[in-house]
Design a protein around this ligand. Structure first.
Ligand code: ADP
Ligand code: TRP
Length: 322
């Protein structure tokens, strides 16, 4: 039985790209009876960028509500907030003292962020040590992450080995499992859907706002009567990720025949999203109206996680002389 652990940043309401590209596949993996899975909301990492308490809280709730609405099983997966197990900051400190400053200076993500962001704080610099602690604190074996996080996993393995070289073996050395970007969900402008590009589809809005967002998908100016090219259409590109083979074939025929406008195609996409995610949209709204249920769900995970964390901390404290 492998212990799989991953963290998700809580930077806003998850969009269709996050849901299809990351959340649904992760839930499928966590349901595999061969695995034991840990999934946490990295709300301490979010503090490097978000300093407004309400925003931080709201993002955490929106992220948690999405995972719960998409069927995360909290009996099977330890689901918790990073900040609910503050033991992680103690381990992070120990790890920092075993890791060379010059190595941290080589982190790509720090360089990238310090070029882009205004608030370049110390937390951004020591971010990889908190991430290493997230992993080592739970004896995790496998860490599913995107390519951009690979260096952080290498640093985790590196710092664990450095600790072992000085004080003897104490940690489980984890392995990264790189998630392929095989499902790249395009946004309303045809580019990769991303919060930072402002091109997302947020399925959790009201019907009216969702419809408006879908109607704003960028399409060309071919007239309603003329036949249309489905292969280069941004609306079709999203439709085909959700529709059945039959629905896809039907829409292709409509494009090719002419007399079918982009407005019709977008309306079909809107209806498909409403139909396919009707249960999840209801559940999301339910959780956002009943935040105490989200708190309870996360608290169950935090209690279990704290037990594991305390065991690992006891091991390391003794080794380093406390
Ligand atoms: P964003 O680009 O909106 O800030 P994140 O970088 O927070 O999204 O991504 C969170 C997760 O969602 C990652 O696992 C990422 O691979 C996945 N993801 C984000 N956007 C897409 C997309 N357009 N298509 C597929 N997966 C995506
Ligand atoms: N840094 C990760 C990201 O931005 C989130 C994260 C924090 C994480 N701690 C982790 C991922 C531990 C895996 C394991 O996506």
């Amino acid at each position: 039985m492998a212990r799989i652990l991953t963290g998700v940043q809580s930077t806003g309401t998850p969009h269709l790209g996050n849901i299809l590209g990351a959340i649904i596949p992760a839930i499928e993996m966590s349901n595999d009876p061969e695995n034991e899975s840990y999934l946490f909301i990295a709300d301490m990492h979010s503090l490097t960028q978000i300093k407004d308490a309400n925003t931080l809280r709201q993002n955490t709730y929106a992220t948690a509500a999405t995972w719960l609405a998409f069927g995360l099983n909290i009996e099977k997966t330890l689901f918790y907030k990073q900040s609910s197990v503050p033991q992680v900051t103690e381990l992070s400190w120990y790890l920092s003292c075993f890791f060379p400053f010059s190595r941290l200076e080589l982190a790509h993500s720090f360089k990238d962020k310090s070029d882009r962001l205004e608030d370049i704080n110390g937390g951004l610099f020591t971010y990889p040590m908190l991430m290493a602690a997230d992993i080592l604190l739970y004896d995790a074996d496998i860490i599913p992450v995107g390519k951009d996080q690979l260096q952080h996993i290498e640093m985790t393995r590196d710092v664990a080995s450095r600790v072992h070289a000085k004080v003897g073996d104490v940690f489980v050395i984890p392995e990264a499992k790189i998630q392929k970007d095989n499902m790249l969900i395009p946004g309303i402008d045809g580019q990769k859907m991303s919060k930072s590009k402002g091109n997302v589809i947020d399925i959790f809005q009201t019907d009216k706002a969702l419809r408006k967002q879908i109607m704003s998908i960028q399409t060309d100016s071919t007239s309603l009567e003329a036949p249309k090219e489905w292969s280069s259409c941004n609306s079709f590109a999203i439709y085909k990720l959700l529709a059945s083979d039959y629905q896809i074939a039907e829409m292709k025929r409509n494009y090719e025949a002419g007399g079918y406008g982009y407005g019709h195609a977008k309306q079909a996409l809107f209806e498909l999203i409403c139909e396919q995610f009707s249960e999840q949209r209801k559940l999301y709204a339910y959780y956002m109206d009943n935040l105490e249920e989200i708190d309870q769900a996360l608290e169950i995970g935090a209690k279990k996680a704290a037990k594991v964390a305390n065991g690992v901390l006891d091991r390391i404290r003794g080794k380093i002389g406390y």
